[in-house]
Write a protein that binds this ligand. Structure first.
Ligand code: HEC
Ligand SMILES: [Cu+2]
Length: 373
């Protein structure tokens, strides 16, 4: 191999009328194209892999995601039609009018006003027709029904906070909603731009510091619907997930009643009690609110201070730290150990610092964290 692939290609392109160069170009193409094609095909296989947390817009689970789906498919098929027509015309021109030794030059259409008007007006009409339902859907998907239950969604680097103002409930990472009912997400951010996206329930919407944005959410059936922050928001953006948990009305009411209860203060002498001691001694109280039935023992981090997730009912959430833990194949305890030992190692840039905890302190903290039954 004296020449590299690139110089070969460039060389043959520079001189397309040179028959030998052209033959070389064709040979190189026939050798490389199958390779490139296979690579592209294989890389797309990843898209169809079954994961436990699928993020797909093709699986709508409620009326708002369905509205998007119902808009997507007609537009997609119109686009397919345009593609086939345009590419077909190009291929027809290439093959029907290709150069032959004994052939005269075909009729030239350059500057044909009639044709140019036609191929400007048709796309403009198609776009205008598509714009009508699109614009109306964009508004409709974000204008909540006045009777809908409100849930505040607050973005933090790198986790979602969910507050239920009517119920007086605060939680993180797992948004619990009643199935078959519209919920209005009233959203903002505590730091930088984030974007709340649960593809099975609705499209994406920004969380903007100092502003409120709205998003209608509804899941028709009880189930788990995964979401992700959809705006690059710093180092651990890719580790900022959320999960929506839809429950039937009775289960939702029971969940609310449970969350409204403060936590019972651990009995003296238990590992949970000692864990609470570690929690206070290590300064965890600086960032994490914990509400006890014993009000004096409660710790409330003011809203305007730096806040981590409310840990009152941490035990009731089966995923944590931006809903990325526990990872597949890992128990909750293993994940908690990893998290408490070195948060920035699990989530680069994490604002929960490494507090240099000993293994014993971690065990006691885990006993306390899991003790709210
Ligand atoms: C400087 C503030 C700060 C301190 C101090 C702090 N944390 Fe955190 N903690 C955070 C933040 C911020 C998060 C969310 C991190 C993320 O998901 O990116 C968090 C997350 C957590 C979580 C996961 C909660 C969930 O639902 O996602 C647990 C558990 C936790 N911290 C326990 C502790 C314990 C125990 C201590 C003391 C040893 C402590 N934290 C000290 C800020 C802090
Ligand atoms: Cu984000």
């Amino acid at each position: 191999m004296r020449e590299g692939l690139l110089p070969k290609l460039v060389g043959s392109l520079k001189n397309p009328y040179d028959a030998r160069a052209m033959a070389r170009f064709k040979r190189t193409l026939t050798r490389t194209l199958p390779l490139v094609g296979t690579a592209v095909l294989l890389s797309s296989c990843g898209l169809f892999e079954e994961t436990e947390q699928p993020l797909t817009t093709f699986d709508p689970a409620g009326p708002f995601a369905e509205q998007i789906d119902n808009l997507f498919w007609p537009v997609f098929w119109i686009a397919v039609g345009v593609f086939v027509l345009v590419e077909g015309a190009i291929l027809a021109a290439i093959f029907l009018f290709r150069d032959r030794d004994d052939r005269k030059e075909p009729k030239q259409l350059h500057g044909n006003a009639r044709l140019e008007v036609i191929w400007t007006v048709i796309p403009a009409l198609i776009l205008a027709v598509i714009a009508v339902p699109t614009v109306s859907a964009v508004f409709d998907l974000t204008e909540c029904d006045p009777g809908a239950m409100e849930i505040e969604v607050i973005g933090h680097q790198w986790w979602f906070e969910f507050n239920y103002p009517e119920q007086g409930v605060q939680t993180a990472n797992v948004m619990v909603i009643p199935a078959g009912e519209e919920v209005c997400a009233v959203m903002t951010s505590d730091d930088v731009l984030h974007n709340f996206w649960v593809p099975a329930l609705n499209g994406k919407r920004y969380l903007v510091p100092g502003q409120e944005t709205f998003l209608r959410l509804q899941a028709d059936e009880p189930g788990e619907y995964w979401g992700h922050c959809a705006e690059f928001c710093g180092l651990s953006h890719s580790l900022m997930r959320a999960r929506v948990q839809a429950m039937d009305a009775a289960a939702f009411d029971a969940w609310v009643a449970d969350q409204q209860q403060p936590r019972s203060f651990p009995a003296e002498g238990t590992p949970a009690f000692e864990g609470w001691g570690v929690f206070q001694a290590k300064g965890c109280t600086q960032c994490h609110t914990v509400l006890y039935d014993d009000e004096e023992a409660s710790v409330i981090v003011p809203d305007d201070a730096f806040n981590g997730p409310d840990l009152t009912h941490f035990a009731s959430r089966d995923v944590f730290a931006g809903a990325i833990l526990p990872e597949e194949g890992e128990t909750r305890e293993q994940a908690l150990k990893r998290w408490l030992a070195d948060p920035p190692n699990v989530k680069p840039g994490s604002f929960m610092p490494n507090l240099a905890l000993t293994e014993q302190e971690i065990d006691l903290l885990i006993a306390w964290l899991g003790s709210d039954e």
